[in-house]
Design a protein around this ligand. Structure first.
Ligand code: GTP
Ligand code: MG
Length: 256
């Protein structure tokens, strides 16, 4: 059983990609379980097989504890941790080869708090897993947006300890030329440095080369995969990369 966690900032296209990947795998006659891990979602673009909303009621949490939308999401995920064994049991009972997990968009849950990484590690247990980290084309189209998105990806990577595939999502909303430029930043740090030098101001100019060195050192210089889940473009390449990573072609990060 292979676990694929779909993560990224709010509205970057996680749920639509989850639906598209399920559709793509299903048409390739691969069996998929779709898990919704977002307590706050109202109408996801897929039919979930396993759903966190069966275990926690986001609206009720907000109402009962007098919380705002973000606080209620944090509290809901904290509560969900006590149900993680039930969620995994459901997934195991269904028993399909691929498990795609659509995560909530509040990155704080994964980058800083414990509940996100705890849910991830308990759900996959010791099964092979990878995370798909989506960089929203809306954000990553600018050099500073790209850089900050990559840094957020690293924050998540060091909490998840999973091989991570970086995706330029919603690639159809920017021109093909822009897509190629953003991809070139991912493979050639000097091009990103040039772009930052041309557009960034003040401190970021001074810091950019050190930040770029960090990105390179920890291996974040791997290519981005442009995807349009809406137009089902890039799915085959993404699947090949998922296969490569899950088959162990990429070392798992280990931190003591
Ligand atoms: N043009 C375009 N729009 C997309 C694509 N994928 C998603 N969208 C749109 O982006 C918006 C957000 O998509 P979602 O899949 O709900 O994003 P999400 O990351 O799941 O959002 P949260 O769960 O709220 O964090 C919706 O309006 C989608 O229709 C894409 O490939 N191309
Ligand atoms: Mg979503």
């Amino acid at each position: 059983m292979f676990f694929i966690f779909v993560i990224g900032t709010a509205g970057c296209g996680k749920s639509v990609l989850t639906a598209a990947l399920e559709k793509w795998l299903a048409t390739s006659e691969l069996a998929v379980t779709v898990v919704n891990l977002d307590p706050g979602v109202e109408d996801p673009p897929y039919t979930s097989d396993v759903d966190i909303r069966e275990y926690v009621n986001y609206g009720q949490v907000m109402h009962e504890f007098g919380l705002g939308p973000n606080g209620a999401l944090v509290a809901s995920l904290d509560m969900a941790v006590s149900h993680v064994d039930d969620l995994r049991e459901e997934i195991i009972d269904i028993g399909r080869d691929y498990v795609i997990i659509d995560c909530p968009g509040q990155m704080e849950l994964f980058a800083y708090r414990n509940s996100g990484p705890l849910l991830v590690s308990s759900l996959r247990n010791y099964d092979p897993a990878a995370s798909l980290y989506l960089l929203d084309a809306n954000i990553a189209r600018t050099p500073t947006g790209y850089l900050s998105s990559m840094l957020l990806g690293i924050s998540i990577n060091i909490r998840f300890l999973l091989p991570q595939i970086s995706i330029l999502s919603k690639a159809d909303i920017i021109s093909e030329e822009k897509v190629q430029e953003v991809i070139s930043w991912s493979t050639n740090p000097f091009l990103l440095q040039d772009a930052l030098d041309m557009t960034a101001e003040g401190m970021i100019k001074e810091y950019s080369s050190s930040i770029l060195r960090i990105l390179e050192d920890i291996g974040s210089g791997t290519s981005l995969f442009p995807i349009s889940a809406k137009q089902m473009v890039g799915m085959e390449t993404l699947y090949a990369e998922i296969q490569r990573v899950l088959a162990g072609g990429e070392d798992y990060l280990t931190y003591e």
